[in-house]
Design a binder for this molecule. Structure first.
Ligand SMILES: [Zn+2]
Length: 114
């Protein structure tokens, strides 16, 4: 087993954390869109994430067309969180390439939310 070190986001930022182990996952500043749909409900699109590991990419037909996506999971507790868009085949979907989807069901908000 390789020891992985947990990354921490600056405490001044509003952050999203893993609901299962409280590892930081993403800063609110990295949020691109809240209007995504995951297998368990709402999901958010992030520009970058931390403490997240990627599975093998595979081609899937999603609501918005064919994409190459990789499952992502929490590096600390290994819970599947969502997926990463590795490649989009339609030009209108290109903005999602290299971005991460995390399902709302796996996140809690921390630091300075109201
Ligand atoms: Zn976790």
């Amino acid at each position: 087993m390789v020891k992985t070190f947990q990354a921490y986001l600056p405490p001044t930022n509003r952050t999203y954390s893993c609901v299962h182990c409280r590892a930081h996952l993403a800063s609110h500043d990295e949020l691109i869109s809240k209007s995504f749909q995951g297998s368990q409900g709402r999901a958010y699109l992030f520009n970058s994430v931390v403490n997240v590991a990627c599975g093998q990419a595979e081609e899937r037909v999603l609501l918005t067309g064919l994409h190459a996506v990789a499952d992502i999971y929490c590096e600390c507790c290994k819970t599947p969180l969502g997926w990463k868009y590795e490649h989009a085949f339609e030009s209108s979907q290109k903005y999602k390439e290299g971005k991460y989807i995390i399902e709302l069901a796996h996140m809690i908000k921390e630091n300075g939310w109201d």
